[in-house]
Design a protein around this ligand. Structure first.
Ligand SMILES: Cc1cc2nc3c(=O)[nH]c(=O)nc-3n(C[C@H](O)[C@H](O)[C@H](O)COP(=O)(O)O)c2cc1C
Length: 706
């Protein structure tokens, strides 16, 4: 059936010897959720099955190693290196097929970018690099020797051995019933290490000229064809541009496309980047929708086989447009389908506004999962990695729940509790729900956060949850509620130093406040204007507020200093974001981004604190060695935060059944807040009690009475 609104998106496409029912492709995503031996488990099946149910036409499962011994891209990636893995892979293929999706497995050897093993890694060359934002690099390469990381160039025998292993892996994928196999030649992993003129400095038949650098993937393709037969479709993913000096540019990628097509490749999956440059590889929030489409567009002009584009595709209207314009044959979504596996169905049903758009934060999926060798999670979709949230039933008894504080923790708790049948009321101190994430609306490059704020607000509205604005309930107002959830977020720390009450001092909240008066979620009264600051500003703090204020003010042409007590700024920040932010702070831009750069670089003053703020703007700083210095500024922006849990303490003393969540419990990030909210939303049930850890639990096993 062809949907009216998106006729191109929902039209079938022939790929090799099969037809995918539509143009929506799940580009490979290693969810690092397999068993320790790389075998398929229920979590892996559920993740892919939900995406198939959600109407995605072609699902490419993420990086799967052809040789666990020499390289796993993530600690618990899938593996295709042993025959006993075939039955599990077959179950995985079947789980997608029963919902109409066609599928593939991406075979990847990480080479020098392995998460495991961590020593004695193989690569095209013995090049050591600094790659802090790659999943395998809890050991930063720059400190490789000190920490024992070693990389060596493969011998020709080893290369042929691995070629064979790739082909064996592809054969297992075929045996398991998958429709195709994909090779991972992007992002600086092993095939890319051979293909890249930047990495591959070999001077044998596997390095040097273009054809020699291409020999490794071509040998793999031929060996797969020999083992699996010429009809088994093989795709290859590689970066249209590597975005590093000396790396592959689009012109050579076009040549590669023609070469692959000539060697019988069935589809091309055009990605971006090499991990030395994390921005284009794992595009953070700064990157606009479809910024990488131009590479597929160019490559498509030179080949007849289907071309997939990916990177920050979120909106079905945009996807339809690039398909209609012939810029790509398929749209590739990774994080979007993590955030909302039902994207295709929602688009097809004309319910675009129901889509929980991925905000590209990379926190749950990358920073807090794959980077530290855990199963994949998602900041805004609690069902990723916690299947309780996929299809939860109603609560046994319906309770009255008060949510005090309408930030992400409170709203997610309200959403899930309401879906389970509880009667929830949200109390919000200000005139708008959304909490701290709303500050990002005013920071250029970070306004994708607003997508989530609007989605969750829309859900709350749709569910009919009453919101009491400008309301801070007293304990007696809450006596009738069965549970009280305190989600009051964080508050700015105002240290008791000289000059703290000066007119020159404001908070990051004052700076980041949104000035729009026309927002549908703002009930139109008494909205304060953002603070006006002078040309030279000192930001004191090391959390999101500090980073966002620096970005906003830096972009506005101010000279910004950041004072942090830590040895560097933003160690907590997701590393791809940190990389781009640092480049902007230095007066540049993330690779592949265009737009205004900062007039002045942002200066970070580490290991330091503010001692006093003089009337004339002279700020006295002290460093870790107790040395003092002064800095003349127009304004000081306070940006250290602490949990705001006064109300929690008050309610607790009054004996209410109360818990705190989100930043009110511990200052973290959106992922922490949403996960807390989801957890309490699903917990609330009959027999609520506070356990010995001061947390709300729904009940204890039968026979246990306290
Ligand atoms: C958690 C995570 C795992 C990924 N795993 C793979 C992978 O196994 N193979 C691959 O080619 N790309 C992988 N990628 C990159 C994505 O396929 C995609 O190219 C990138 O996230 C940008 O597209 P998006 O905006 O649709 O997410 C991964 C990305 C994330 C966030």
């Amino acid at each position: 059936m062809i949907a009216k609104k998106y006729p191109h998106l929902f039209s079938p496409i022939k790929i090799g010897n099969f037809e995918a029912p539509n143009r929506v492709c799940h580009v490979p995503t290693d969810i690092s959720s397999a068993n320790a031996d790389g075998s398929v488990n229920q979590r892996v099946i559920t993740y892919h099955e939900e995406i198939a149910k959600g109407g995605c036409g072609f699902i490419i499962c993420g990086a799967s190693t052809p040789d666990k011994k020499t390289g796993r891209p993530t600690a618990t990636c899938l593996a295709v290196d042993e025959d006993p893995l075939i039955p599990g892979l077959a179950e995985l293929a079947e789980a997608m097929h029963r919902h109409g999706a066609k599928n593939s497995v991406q075979i990847q050897h990480p080479g020098r970018q392995a998460a495991w093993p961590r020593k004695g890694l193989i690569s095209a060359t013995d090049m050591v690099a600094d790659i802090p934002a790659s999943a395998g690099h809890e050991v930063v390469y720059a400190q490789a020797e000190a920490k024992g990381k070693s990389i060596r160039a493969m011998s020709v025998d080893e290369i042929y051995d691995l070629v064979e292993k790739f082909a064996e892996g592809a054969w297992r994928v075929q045996q398991a019933g998958f429709d195709s196999v994909e090779l991972h030649g992007a992002h600086g992993y092993l095939i890319a290490q051979f293909m890249s003129p930047y990495v591959n400095k070999r001077n044998d038949r596997f390095g040097g000229s273009f054809m020699s650098r291409m020999r490794f993937p071509i040998e793999i393709i031929h060996t797969i064809q020999f083992k699996c037969g010429p009809d088994f479709p093989i795709g290859i993913r590689y970066s249209g541009e590597e975005w590093i000096e000396g790396g592959r540019m689009l012109e050579e990628s076009v040549r590669a496309a023609e070469l692959f097509e000539g060697h019988g490749v069935a589809f091309l999956d055009i990605s971006a980047g090499i991990f030395e440059m994390p921005g284009p590889t794992m595009d953070p929030m700064y990157y606009p929708q479809g910024w990488n489409t131009y590479t597929a567009d160019e490559i498509k002009k030179h080949v007849k086989i289907p071309v997939i584009t990916s990177h920050t595709l979120r909106d079905p209207d945009y996807c339809e447009k690039i398909l209609a314009e012939g810029k790509t044959d398929m749209v590739g979504l990774s994080r979007q389908l993590i955030a909302d596996p039902y994207w295709a169905d929602k688009a097809n049903a004309g319910k675009k506004e129901e889509i929980r758009r991925c905000i590209s934060c990379l926190v749950g999926c990358w920073q807090e999962s794959l980077m530290i060798k855990r199963h994949m999670r998602c900041a805004i979709n609690p069902a990723i990695g916690d299947e309780r949230f996929i299809d939860f039933g109603p609560a046994e008894s319906k309770l009255k729940v008060a949510v005090v504080g309408g930030g992400p923790a409170g709203l997610e708790a309200a959403r899930i509790a309401t879906l389970r049948g509880h009667k929830v009321t949200v109390f919000e101190k200000t005139g708008e729900v959304g909490g701290a994430i709303l500050y990002c609306c005013t920071v250029a490059g970070k306004n994708k956060m607003r997508w989530y704020a609007d989605w969750i607000r829309r859900q709350i509205k749709k569910l009919g949850v009453p919101i009491k604005y400008e309301s801070v309930p007293k304990p007696e107002d809450l006596k009738d509620f069965d549970a009280v959830l305190v989600c009051t977020g964080s508050e700015v720390v105002r240290p008791d130093i000289r000059g703290i009450d000066s007119d020159r001092v404001c908070t990051f909240e004052d700076v980041l406040r949104c000035k729009s008066k026309s927002c549908e979620y703002w009930p139109k009264k008494g909205k304060a204007e953002p603070a006006e600051v002078g040309d030279i500003v000192l930001i004191w703090g090391d959390h999101f507020g500090a980073a966002d204020a620096a970005e906003k003010l830096g972009a506005a042409g101010k000279k910004v200093y950041i004072v942090t007590e830590n040895s560097g700024f933003a160690s907590w920040m997701e590393p791809c974001h940190k990389d781009v932010m640092q480049k902007r702070f230095n007066g540049g831009q993330g690779e592949g981004l265009s737009g205004k750069t900062f007039k002045h670089p942002v200066t970070i003053i580490p290991d330091s604190s503010v001692l006093e703020i003089g009337k004339d703007g002279e700020v006295v700083l002290v460093n870790g060695k107790f040395e003092r210095s002064t800095l003349k500024v127009d304004n000081v922006v306070l940006a250290n935060v602490q949990a705001s849990d006064e109300l929690y303490e008050l309610y607790r003393k009054e004996g209410l059944v109360v818990t705190k969540l989100g930043d009110a419990k511990k200052v973290r990030n959106l992922r922490g807040a949403v996960t807390d909210g989801a957890n309490i939303g699903i917990t609330i049930n009959k027999d609520l009690q506070i356990n010995a850890n001061a947390e709300i639990i729904a009940s204890l096993p039968t026979g246990i009475e306290l």
